[in-house]
Design a protein around this ligand. Structure first.
Ligand SMILES: [Zn+2]
Ligand SMILES: [Zn+2]
Length: 239
């Protein structure tokens, strides 16, 4: 009833295209936009989940220097920019990153779709990639944590959004080389209570994976703290 009243006063609009949604809608994304989200399909690199030629099993990057996580999968490709090249998820994430609208977090969770791109049966714990305090204060919320909560609910596992922390603010990753990104991430994360991840199988959640340097560093720190295995689930993957 409250939702209905709120929807009546503030007619809900699709977070992807801005079209009006039905007044009784619980969703934040219209069915047309949801239908436009192209899932990443096999053949994918067995490790990082990037599309590859059918003949190989690992992508060149993973073969040359395997990441610390065991497996990463994304729902869809991330395309930046406006116009025909932009994707539904790309436009939502852009607005979400620089906007202050919490309901976009729900929209992102809806973008995960009916089926997650990973078989999530074996995980003990969901951990979102953290933001540094300064950015969290500025932005007010962490979109990875919002996604993490949605994933945790979905797979019926606990979420721990405080144990892994970003202890060093890192400069923005844009326009850096892959090696630069790795170095940029060094010592950026820390686990405060290793006992809570010891011998656990962890599902790390983030909104976008670019080179994988962030996820790799989080996984390194979690494994160092005693985690048994770290896999990564992101909504989108920059190709
Ligand atoms: Zn729409
Ligand atoms: Zn790979």
């Amino acid at each position: 009833m409250l939702r209905y009243l709120l929807n009546f006063v503030f007619p809900p609009r699709c977070a992807g295209c801005g079209e009006r949604l039905p007044i009784e809608a619980d969703e934040r994304i219209c069915s047309i936009c949801l239908g436009k989200i192209e899932r990443l399909n096999e053949p994918l690199c067995a490790v990082c989940g990037i599309p590859i030629a059918a003949a190989s099993e690992w992508c060149e990057r993973c073969a040359a220097s395997p990441p610390h996580f065991s497996r990463a999968r994304a729902v869809t490709a991330y395309r930046d920019g406006a116009g025909h090249n932009s994707s539904v998820v790309g436009s939502i994430i852009r607005r979400h990153k620089y906007g202050l609208d919490q309901s976009l977090g729900r929209a992102l969770a809806e973008c995960l779709g009916a089926e997650l791109p990973l078989d999530c049966a074996g995980y003990d714990l969901v951990i979102p990639v953290p933001l540094h305090r300064s950015r969290l204060r500025w932005r007010g919320f962490n979109q990875a944590a919002m996604l993490g909560r949605a994933v945790a609910r979905r797979i019926e596992r606990p979420i721990d959004a405080t144990n892994l922390a970003r202890v060093r603010a890192t400069p923005p990753q844009t326009a850096r080389t892959r090696r630069g990104r790795r170095e940029n991430m060094r010592n950026a994360f820390a686990v405060s209570r290793p006992a809570r991840v010891a011998n656990r199988s962890v599902l790390l959640v983030d909104d976008v994976m670019t080179t994988g340097a962030t996820a790799d560093e989080c996984a390194r720190v979690l494994l160092h703290a005693g985690a048994r295995r770290v896999d990564v689930l992101t909504l989108a993957r920059v190709l």
